[in-house]
Ligand binder design. Sequence first.
Ligand SMILES: O=C(O)CCC(=O)C(=O)O
Length: 269
Amino acid sequence: MELEKHPYNKNFSWSVPNGPYSYLNSGQVESFSKDGFIILHKVFDADFMKKIISIIDPFEAQITENLKEFNEGKFFISRSEEITFTTHLVTQSKELKKFSKDKVFSSLCLDLIGKDVRLYWDQAVYKKGGTKDEFPWHQDNGYTFLEPQSYLTCWLALTDTDETNGCPWVVPKIHRQGTLKHKITDLGYEIPLDSSQAIPIHLSAGSMAVFSSLTPHRTGPNITSQVRKAYILQYAPDGAVRKINDSVTELASEENRQFLIVEKGKSIN
Ligand SMILES: O=C(O)CCC(=O)C(=O)O
């Protein structure tokens, strides 16, 4: 199924590094290349995730307070009592900065991106109990257009997640078309997509969905009474640029939050 493309998406072709791979096996890389995602179970232990949560919670609580200053607690895609996005945590916590450079992430970057890679973005996303709305189908590159279009999203579950509390869903194979046209809705950017092939991804705390910035994904409602907590870390090739308009680009290399984690094929700690 060919979908309407983003206007900046021209001459896109999908590829992954040839290997040898340091963390994944070639079957996992093949799956990632074919379907646009892989699931890594129990990468970190649940107690360590509790520690990460204890670091993130105070920053998220502050974001929730800040949102309450806005009309109905809503600003862009954040809603104080439903879904919050706490961004650039690596600039606020030395522990999270260190965590973003963990060997798991640098090895994944070497396997799936290449030899020189930067952290591009980090954010905690908390989906609160009783949230009825979904977070709509989108590609991460649909929000801010990066060139090269393909970078890596690590959606790390801090708490267990399934369809009852807003786990991620993906549609396989569409990443190969590059960035698609999104429309703006009240809940966020959205790709009008036939989601009959969509797959829900159940994750225990410490497990991770690893997908491309071009993989359409959404998260569902949270009908439980608990907060679903995720920490999302995204990595892009060194030299990636944010496209501002047809003729203006900006290098994604703000040193305080877009630092190198892999250089010349070696992890940086
Ligand atoms: O974690 C969520 O509920 C949605 C977050 C998401 O899809 C994203 O940040 O791209």
